[in-house]
Design a protein around this ligand. Structure first.
Ligand code: ZN
Ligand code: ZN
Length: 170
């Protein structure tokens, strides 16, 4: 994989209006803070960038996959999850409509790093577990329940049952 560049100059594609180009570019990825934990997507990913030249600007699509690794949200053991990113941007210079301006395009320079970072954050799964049926930690003693699914604590006898047995004795 080539050294990721943080920006890509769209003008180097020399597209005229109506033309499009697809290319594969390495993008640098950042660690993400999520649910009080830190998750790593690896240092970089090969991204596919689709560039379409419009009358006065660009329509862009960025796609890549990353494997997030970090602590399981239930038991804190190692966990990982595959994340698929598919993001689109429109850059129409001279348009007052914010929808048609991309925060990642300045003149013809595309800020690939910032776009990939934000798009990955938006594509995050809501939960990351070591396995789908992770049992988590015991609420009483903190032991990992996956290692001992039968794990249980003696319960205090319910005082109501004590009352009942007294009644029976009468
Ligand atoms: Zn777990
Ligand atoms: Zn316990």
């Amino acid at each position: 994989m080539a050294q990721p560049a943080d920006t890509f100059d769209l003008a180097t594609l020399q597209l005229s209006s109506g033309e499009a180009r697809s290319l594969t570019l390495p993008v640098r990825l950042d660690e993400l803070a999520f649910g009080g934990q830190t998750y790593s997507p690896g240092d970089a990913a090969d991204a596919r960038l689709d560039v379409s030249r419009t009358m006065s600007g660009y329509a862009l699509r960025l796609r890549f996959e990353a494997r997030l690794t970090g602590p399981c949200m239930r038991c804190l053991e190692d966990a990982s999850d595959e994340v698929e990113v598919d993001a689109r941007e429109i850059e129409q210079p001279g348009d007052d409509d914010d929808e048609l301006r991309s925060p990642y395009v300045e003149e013809s320079a595309l800020d690939l790093h910032a776009w990939a970072r934000d798009a990955l954050a938006l594509a995050l799964p809501t939960q990351i577990f070591c396995r789908p049926d992770c049992l988590g930690l015991c609420a009483v003693c903190g032991e990992n329940m996956n290692a001992d699914p039968e794990h249980a604590h003696e319960r205090e006898p319910d005082p109501r049952w004590a009352k009942l047995s007294e009644l029976k004795l009468d």
